[in-house]
Write a protein that binds this ligand. Structure first.
Ligand code: PMP
Length: 288
């Protein structure tokens, strides 16, 4: 597989960065995860824009334009003859000897990896997946805004470890005031009283591209959408629950902390949105 690295397509075994790269030393950098379906990069403009916004927020300049980044993503897919893929775009502060000072790094490191993706097991798309709440709270937005998709994912990894310890693979993270924020790598939605509800941006979440897209699908289907605070109790007593993410797409949740959601099966609004999403990416609809 070829990797796009600092302006060149190189074989993956030659795609190496320095041990003095501040992305590695300090997590000083930003990234994106993007999907291509049948040769088309899904929501490419939204993802590339978010990459640039993340970089801007940490005072880092991506050394290309947004249009160039979109073009380099397409070049990498073409070089690897991939039509369906997971794409990882990474921009680090770059090489600079020890010390936090970002001014030690004169040039960012930029690379694009394309790979195939392993989704959650099919069975969970049909029957829903169990999740738990983690005791590790999501980063306080005033400390490290979850809106920045930074190379430091330790906050999420600690919650992921809790999920695995509990025998599941995804965990809900609460925010600093105890409301539901998001999962370790996915946004969260509930359905209650016929409305689609998701935590607002101000609750301290990554503003997911899939989240935004699914809210658009819901509005088109005339499902009322509200961005309001959700408590753990709201989650336990919801009629339906699902997660969204680039890798996960739209995945139903059957239980939270062993409380069944609704009747423990994917609900009608979840199924409708899953079908709408499948149509949008040109895939035949899952049975569910
Ligand atoms: N929240 C977090 C913490 C994430 O890492 C991700 C992406 N994996 C998401 C939400 C979903 O965002 P998107 O739909 O843009 O992939």
């Amino acid at each position: 597989m070829k990797v796009w690295l600092n302006g060149k397509l190189v074989e993956e075994e030659n795609a190496t960065v320095s041990v003095y790269d501040h992305g590695l030393l300090y997590g000083d950098g930003v990234f994106e995860g993007i999907r291509a379906y049948n040769g088309k990069v899904f929501l490419v403009r939204e993802h590339v824009r978010r990459l640039f916004e993340s970089a801007h927020a940490i005072r880092m300049k991506v050394p290309y334009t947004q249009a160039q980044v979109a073009e380099y993503i397409a070049d990498t897919l073409r070089a690897n003859k991939l039509k369906d893929a997971y794409i990882r775009v990474v921009c680090t502060r770059g090489y600079g000897f020890m010390g936090l000072d970002p001014d030690r790094c004169t040039h960012p490191t930029f690379f694009i990896i394309t790979t195939s993706i392993t989704l959650y097991p099919d069975e969970w798309y049909d029957h829903g997946m169990p999740i738990v709440t983690a005791s590790t709270i999501r980063n306080h937005p005033d400390a490290m805004s979850p809106r920045i998709k930074s190379l430091n994912y330790l906050n999420n990894i600690l919650a992921k470890i809790e999920a695995k310890d509990a025998g599941v693979i995804e965990a809900v993270m609460l925010n600093h005031v105890g409301n539901v924020a998001e999962c370790t790598g996915d946004n969260i939605f509930i359905v209650a009283g016929g409305e689609l509800i998701t935590p607002p941006i101000a609750s301290g979440i990554l503003v997911g591209c899939t989240r935004n897209f699914v809210m658009g699908l819901a509005r088109k289907a005339r499902i009322p959408v509200r961005e309001i605070d959700i408590t753990r109790h709201d989650l336990y007593t919801a009629d339906e629950c699902f997660l969204t993410g680039t890798a996960a797409e739209v995945i139903p949740v059957c239980s939270v902390d062993k409380r069944l959601i609704g009747d423990g099966k994917p609900g009608p609004i979840t199924k409708k949105l899953m079908a709408g999403f499948a149509r949008a990416i040109g895939r035949s609809v899952r049975k569910a």
